[in-house]
Ligand binder design. Sequence first.
Ligand SMILES: Nc1ncnc2c1ncn2[C@@H]1O[C@H](COP(=O)(O)OP(=O)(O)OP(=O)(O)O)[C@@H](O)[C@H]1O
Ligand SMILES: O=P(O)(O)OC[C@H]1O[C@](O)(CO)[C@@H](O)[C@@H]1O
Ligand SMILES: [Mg+2]
Length: 542
Amino acid sequence: MELSFCNASSLRFPHTDSVPLHYCSIPESFHTFSNSYLASKSISLRRPLIWPQPRLVRLRAESVSPTESNGSVDKHVDDDFIIEDVPHLTDFLPDLPSYPNPLKRSQAYAIVKETFVNPEDVVAKDIIVQKDSPRGVHFRRAGPREKVFFTPEEVRACIVTCGGLCPGINTVIREIVCGLKNMYGVDDVIGIQGGYRGFYSKNTLDLTTKVVTDIHKRGGTFLQTSRGGHDTKKIVDNIQDRGINQVYIIGGDGTQKGAAAIHKEVEKRGIKVAVAGIPKTIDNDIAVIDKSFGFDTAVEEAQRAINAAHVEAESMENGVGIVKLMGRYSGFIAMLATLGNRDVDCCLIPESPFFLEGPGGLYEYVEQRLKENGHVLIVLAEGAGQEYVAQSMQAFQEKDASGNRLLLDVGLWLTQHIKDHFTNIRKMTINMKYIDPTYMIRAIPSNASDNIYCTLLAQSAVHGAMAGFTGFTVGPVNSRHAYIPIDRVTETTNTVNLTGRMWARLLASTNQPSFIQDSQAVRERVDKQTIDAIHNMIINST
Ligand SMILES: Nc1ncnc2c1ncn2[C@@H]1O[C@H](COP(=O)(O)OP(=O)(O)OP(=O)(O)O)[C@@H](O)[C@H]1O
Ligand SMILES: O=P(O)(O)OC[C@H]1O[C@](O)(CO)[C@@H](O)[C@@H]1O
Ligand SMILES: [Mg+2]
């Protein structure tokens, strides 16, 4: 598929109307987003998207630069080398003093050879390249910096957790508190209770290393969480009133949007407050980062439910086991839990539409497996087949307090339909066992590997805030931790790529129908979605 320029001020999208486009109104991030996004979707351009104004990237005082002045310097990006940098407190408080990082003297880092991250270190967004491919987008590497912009005594940090639960939240809280104390000598950390609304409606908790010492062994969030209640003005008023100057915000896509709004308000008011986002989502739907914390734990815990459903199904004649897992819009847990299991016959995810009747449909496959194997095991993500459920229940669109659409129970719906089909139409007796372990999976503590991951996230966030970075999200990009502009992780959602190899691996492993009758049509649909996403971004940004 090709995109082509029509004229200087409009960009034509095939399959859509021409979109009038005024270059000056395109956000800077759009440029890099669009090129890399198109590249990731294998959409070739007749010539690359280049906006008339050269993109500038700020490399700050810590960067090696021959023409450094007043602590910061603007630098043109090399043609094909782009750094998507994060904001810094000195952007709006240019006279902020800096101090030598006390980490060098800390017990932990005293003998480390290279205590500090080289200021020029960046992490490449794409690491699969060809000899002639552009060098592409990079993010600032996370880690301790030689200079910090807070003294330990002046820091008053707070931590808040928002959105749904996820294994590992308590580990992140613990490691922020311990990291601030043990690496930087910071004693004053408070917990905001019950999500964003807790800033203005609840008392705070004093978080000492003693208070948090054991919390990683528990599921849930020690600070409690909530949906809705984000009131930027009230939150920032409260931050000011309490003298808070570092804000650590743990939560999903909605929470990170809230963090971006807080950062913008802080910048507007010109107050010295570093805002750090730690991405949390059990659905693994946050863009750019490799994987979200708690995800491995969830995939592992899902095995218990899948194994139970398998035992039940294989212990009876014509046993049908169905397990529903989380995943509103992204089927990662279902996909990985299926791949990790091997007993699953069919995995249904929101990204891949399926159908029940006729050749190549689910009923046909279920019957085939019952005949071949005596039982069948299906794993489905909660967001799969929502269009069917909505149709059959004639439901209206309900939303939660944060505005997320409330999903209907596709597990119950599918269970009922398979039962009806085999009993009434095929006149077969089947033994149906349906397991919904969703909240049980979310509520457990994180496993060892997620605990390690949570520690890295927390410590990277602490290093970033102490170094004066703000309005950033931290996370691993190609397994190296990086500081990523918040907008970058909220502007798209990470979903299973149906035209990618991982989904093909799953299909090859289960041998289930792909439910795709026309693969070219699907590829075109995916490409069209890409174009539509860009189209919407342009419209939203003008
Ligand atoms: N666009 C937004 N701007 C500001 N705040 C937002 C926005 N979207 C959501 N929030 C706030 O972020 C918090 C969490 O949002 P939400 O309930 O959508 O969970 P989430 O962070 O996306 O996590 P999960 O992955 O569990 O859904 C809520 O307090 C909500 O008010
Ligand atoms: O019922 P709750 O707590 O609002 O959360 C349900 C949603 O939260 C998530 O776990 C995301 O955090 C989704 O998978 C799920 O749809
Ligand atoms: Mg969300």
